[in-house]
Design a protein around this ligand. Structure first.
Ligand SMILES: [Zn+2]
Ligand SMILES: [Zn+2]
Ligand SMILES: [Zn+2]
Length: 160
């Protein structure tokens, strides 16, 4: 079961104690990762986090970063979703639950807000008793621009 997200005025203040409660020592490497996460906005891959930690502390060990991220996700401090290639992208302290749509044409990505996914979430709950984890949902397709370009263009290519 997921724990409730932090509620302190500065949510980062309670992280060392919560990590210790999970049996993780509060080490310089973890301090570095927390500093990097606190300065992160939007989406970031695990590899990017390792790189940013290395810039601050060359002794950073990737497995420590990933293990700490796993625990931070259990604590509700980060969430992960998946990019087009399946790799994990992390969100730090997401203000709201959101999913993602990816365009396989231009590789663009956009957030899907809870109200936009409400119909899908409701029908899966009603018909299948299925609870959608919206922040983990990624839908691949074509954006308006790429879908518009694709239709006449593909016909022309086939003809030529
Ligand atoms: Zn996943
Ligand atoms: Zn596109
Ligand atoms: Zn997102």
């Amino acid at each position: 079961m997921r724990e409730t997200p932090p509620t302190a005025a500065d949510p980062w203040d309670e992280v060392p104690g919560r990590l210790r409660a999970r049996g993780l020592r509060w080490t310089p490497q973890r301090r570095t990762l927390l500093a990097v996460l606190a300065a992160t906005r939007g989406h970031v891959t695990g590899a990017e986090l390792v790189e940013r930690c290395r810039a601050m502390d060359p002794a950073t060990i990737p497995s420590t970063v990933y293990r700490t991220l796993d625990v931070l996700e259990e604590l509700g401090i980060v969430r992960h979703a998946h990019g087009l290639d399946g790799r994990e992208e992390f969100h730090v302290l997401p203000a709201a639950d959101h999913g993602h749509i990816w365009c396989s044409g231009c590789l663009g990505t956009w957030d899907v807000h809870a109200d936009e996914a409400a119909a899908l979430v409701a029908v899966l709950a009603q018909r299948r008793g299925f609870r959608v984890d919206l922040s983990h949902l990624s839908v691949v397709g074509l954006c308006e621009g790429c879908a518009g370009e694709g239709q006449p263009g593909r016909e022309a290519q086939r003809a030529g």
